[in-house]
Unconditional design. Structure first.
Length: 65
């Protein structure tokens, strides 16, 4: 497994992108667009893309330290 360590700017950008995705998901869920099954499936992989799992600032497998 290869990891890429984000610099501070990349970490902040990834965090903001993750916040925007989560906020959009909340809006869709409130509007009834996303059902509980879809939300559960998407939520399981929610933090993988951000690279901020465990605060390590690493991305690759999505598992934090």
């Amino acid at each position: 497994v290869f990891y890429y360590q984000f610099n501070k700017e990349e970490q902040l950008a990834a965090l903001e992108a993750e916040k925007a995705i989560l906020e959009e998901r909340k809006k869709l869920k409130a509007a009834g667009v996303i059902g509980s099954t879809m939300d559960a499936l998407d939520g399981a992989a929610g933090l993988v893309g951000s690279g901020l799992v465990g605060g390590a600032g690493l991305v690759g497998s999505g598992l934090g330290a």
